[in-house]
Design a protein around this ligand. Structure first.
Ligand SMILES: [Zn+2]
Length: 51
């Protein structure tokens, strides 16, 4: 099971995969929309309410 999948929707990653940094950790997602989802989800888990 070494296939890379989107960290947001679990679909298979292809050439359009996008790498984003979440909490200092690099993760890969299938598209920009998923990247944004992850960022927003992470922001929601922080106690700092900036933004
Ligand atoms: Zn995705």
């Amino acid at each position: 099971m070494a296939e890379r999948t989107c960290a947001a929707c679990d679909c298979e990653l292809d050439a359009n995969a996008v790498t984003v940094k979440i909490g200092g950790k690099a993760v890969e997602v299938c598209c920009d929309a998923c990247a944004r989802k992850l960022k927003e989800a992470h922001a929601g888990t922080t106690t700092a309410g900036e933004g």
